[in-house]
Design a protein around this ligand. Structure first.
Ligand code: ADP
Ligand code: MG
Length: 234
């Protein structure tokens, strides 16, 4: 399998805080990889480092064999990585359609991208003209994922898509992520909902206090005594 994304000994932080250190991970084309860990473990920081929102202090990041650390976030998006941020970050007074259109990279492919997002999320089509701030939490998450897909990324980064959602909505969002992956988009998924995240992913990395402490295929992590005890409540 070809390596799409590679992080090599990445260190990043905020002022005098080192939030992640020696983070090395790989995402292969076609995979769903989960990055799991508790609150404050450094998951969001890792995604922000990948998308150029936070400078690296050490290490390197490669996408499709080329270095992307040091690039701006718009350059990273242009290469084919879309980031669906924690907390959705929609523009609440703009319509669903306007929010989606902001995710498009090129005018020429915008209509086709919008059509495929509406095909995936029929609920967004029904609410095309509704302002995003009045959507339910689950619909806002669909809109945020849809906006990421509008860039037609090869790699989709998702930060806590299930956070704050009712179980029925979590199930729906994860079914959609499975379909997105099956239609050819590679996914790096950050989640605190470890049970759900493992069900969807091929492999996972466990981040604790800014370091990767465990990684492996889904089944191995589901069987791991540490994961069971610390994250699955078993
Ligand atoms: N903007 C920020 N300024 C200072 N410290 C931050 C900032 N964002 C996160 N941190 C700190 O960095 C560490 C990792 O946070 P984060 O990456 O958000 O964790 P997670 O997403 O796993 O919950 C935490 O100790 C957090 O308090
Ligand atoms: Mg976070």
């Amino acid at each position: 399998m070809s390596t799409l994304l590679r992080l090599d000994s990445v260190e990043a932080g905020y002022r005098d805080l080192v939030a992640v250190r020696e983070v090395s991970l790989e995402v292969h084309a076609g995979e769903v990889v989960a990055l799991i860990g508790g609150n404050g473990a450094g998951k969001t920081t890792t995604l922000r480092a990948i998308t150029g929102l936070l400078p690296l202090r050490r290490g390197r990041i490669e996408f499709e064999g080329e270095r992307i650390d040091g690039r701006t976030s718009s350059q990273v998006v242009a290469r084919g990585i879309a980031h669906v941020p924690e907390g959705r970050q929609l523009f609440p007074t703009m319509s669903v359609r306007e929010n989606l259109e902001l995710g498009a990279r090129e005018r020429t492919t915008r209509a086709a991208a919008l059509e495929s997002v509406f095909a995936l999320f029929p609920r967004l089509r029904e609410r095309e003209r509704q302002v995003a701030g009045t959507l339910s939490g689950g619909e806002q998450q669909m809109c945020a994922i849809g906006r990421g897909l509008m860039a037609r990324p090869r790699l989709l980064l998702l930060d806590e898509p299930s956070l704050g959602l009712a179980p029925v909505m979590v199930r729906l969002i994860f079914e959609n992520l499975k379909r997105i992956n099956e239609s050819g988009t590679t996914i790096l998924l950050v989640e605190q909902n470890v049970a759900r995240a493992l069900t969807l992913s091929h492999r996972a990395y466990v981040l604790e206090n800014g370091r990767i402490v465990l990684d492996g295929p889904r089944e191995a992590l589901q069987q791991s005594p540490h994961v069971k005890q610390a994250y699955l409540g078993l």
